[in-house]
Design a protein around this ligand. Sequence first.
Ligand code: OGA
Ligand code: MN
Length: 232
Amino acid sequence: MTPSPITRRPNSEGIAVSHSEFPAVPDSSWAAATQPHQPILDAIRDHGWSEQDIFLPEDLTIALALECAALAAAGKLTLAGVSRGAAQSVQPGIRGDQIHWLEAGQSLACDRYLGIMESLRVALNRGLFLGLDEYESHFAFYAPGASYLKHVDRFRDDDSRTVSVVVYLNPGWLPEHGGALRLHPQGRHTEDIAPLGSRLVLFLSADMLHEVLPATRDRLSLAGWFRRRPVL
Ligand code: OGA
Ligand code: MN
């Protein structure tokens, strides 16, 4: 993948915080940050991935879907590449989505979305001590028939991607539309998750083999990664 614009968020819980600074008994601000996200934290801790329905408010899902569709109509999406750096290439047979990286300030809807992901980053750090300090995200548009073959999201030469996030922007998605995210958790059965609007899926980037199956209609999403700053 080409070096991508990284949305840097204000960081107070990042890599420099030692575990001893976390209170043994949660205080009220601690609970406020983690409680709404507790089911996500529990699922990640238990089996490395989490699915959460109605994660985004419906009006935000619609605003983001319209923005993604407008970017597509304006020709502002680019075919995504596989791999990164000098090895990067566009191979639609392997990866068929078209993308647009998010920048803070690009729209009200994107800023609302980035604010929600910031609170999730704080909760993941407080609940699971993940030391996440950055979030990068892009719109992804899969035309009918496009897919993304089995892969893991962490690059071989860059271990900063720690938690993968996908939020779907497709109200009224039906099973017969296809387009499932198929997870291949180690030592467990596969899981197919339909890309239904407002649904969130999170998984550990280094471990989870996954793929995107082809759909019969346009499939819109926001894919993103919580990253750790690489240790120098
Ligand atoms: C990805 C990816 C899953 C999905 O963008 O790397 O695996 O369901 N996306 O869109
Ligand atoms: Mn992926």
